[in-house]
Design a binder for this molecule. Structure first.
Ligand code: FPP
Length: 253
């Protein structure tokens, strides 16, 4: 992840934005959309778009570190993505395995902590092994947390949380009256992370696509037309400029 960007919070590539004036979210979540369209525009196979998308992941983690974002949750593979053609699913899994293997030394160098959320047991063995290795190797790092949503669905996560609560009730550990927002949050995959302050979705689509349904309750949403492989540092800074203008009231006056 070699830092090529200036570690200077008052300079960005975009002369219209003064980085010192930006509000920096503690947690950013991103729906990385548009890899396929990026490839199609260039007459390339879809996997080339995913490869370029993996480069954006690397760059955006680096930018988050520089800007002082603590958590970055990336929608890398949804529950629904299993239904894509087998060839594309395999290509995405291979790309993920390669990313985890190749980037682990850089994650260590850059103090990045890796986490993952989703039904991870559904991942192929070769991916799961690299994922577990990268998570345990980076566990004590104190820089930005890169949280990959893999085989992830928001409804599935809520169902898993409900199942866990029922099991606890059956074991006599909780009663219906104990169940509140806090206890429910504690059953989610993100139990020890703050909720995202900002959701970014690339490529212009305006929907949640089953992403972090519980955690995004009060998140600000920024939609950008850029395709994910084109989304780099300046685009993130622009999104933060938009976020900075928002008045977050959490339902209060
Ligand atoms: C959406 O683009 C993107 C995905 C389904 C996968 C995201 C994967 C990556 C960014 C690369 C691998 C990730 C890591 C962490 C190494 P799309 O295929 O739906 O694009 P389209 O809507 O233009 O067809």
């Amino acid at each position: 992840m070699k830092f090529t960007l200036k570690k200077n919070k008052t300079e960005s590539g975009n002369p219209d934005v003064d980085l010192a004036s930006l509000k920096i979210p503690e947690h950013i979540a991103i729906i990385m959309d548009g890899n396929g369209r990026w490839a199609k525009k260039r007459g390339l196979p879809r996997v080339a778009g995913h490869r370029a998308g993996a480069d954006s992941v690397r760059k955006i983690v680096e930018s988050c570190d520089i800007l002082g974002v603590s958590y970055l949750t990336l929608y890398a593979f949804s529950s629904e993505n299993w239904n894509r053609p087998q060839k594309e699913v395999s290509a995405l899994m291979d790309l993920l395995e390669k990313f985890l293997k190749d980037k682990l030394p850089e994650m260590m160098e850059d103090n990045v902590r890796l986490r993952a959320i989703g039904r991870l047991e559904m991942l192929p063995e070769h991916v799961k092994a690299e994922l577990d290795k990268a998570i345990s190797t980076t566990a004590a790092n104190t820089g930005v947390t890169m949280n990959l949503a893999l085989s992830y669905g928001g409804r599935e996560e809520i169902v898993d949380a409900a199942k866990q609560l029922v099991r606890k009730a059956e074991a006599g550990e909780v009663t219906a009256d104990d169940v509140d927002n806090e206890l429910f949050s504690a059953q989610m995959y993100t139990a020890d992370m703050p909720d995202p302050d900002l959701l970014i979705r690339t490529s212009g689509e305006v929907r949640l696509s089953n992403f972090l349904l519980w955690q995004l309750s009060y998140a600000e949403i920024v939609i950008t037309d850029q395709l994910w492989p084109d989304f780099r540092h300046d685009a993130l800074v622009d999104a933060l400029g938009e976020y900075t203008k928002r008045d977050r009231r959490f339902g209060k006056l």
